[in-house]
Design a protein around this ligand. Structure first.
Ligand SMILES: [Zn+2]
Length: 58
């Protein structure tokens, strides 16, 4: 497991070390839906998942 910071509340979220980019996790503290993300330098982080039902206003 690796601990990554929740971008919403800042608490650490445990994710399996074999997670794939795009996998979704839920922050146990604030309940935010978080997407596992790996940048071009292979650094893992979490970002807020896009809500499917969101109205983009376009
Ligand atoms: Zn959180």
């Amino acid at each position: 497991m690796v601990n990554l910071a929740c971008p919403v509340c800042g608490s650490s979220v445990e994710v399996p070390s074999d997670s794939l980019p795009g996998e979704l996790f839920e922050c146990g503290d604030c309940g935010a839906q978080l997407e596992y993300f790996v940048d071009e330098k292979n650094a893992a982080s979490l970002r807020v998942a896009e809500e499917v039902a969101e109205d983009w206003g376009q």
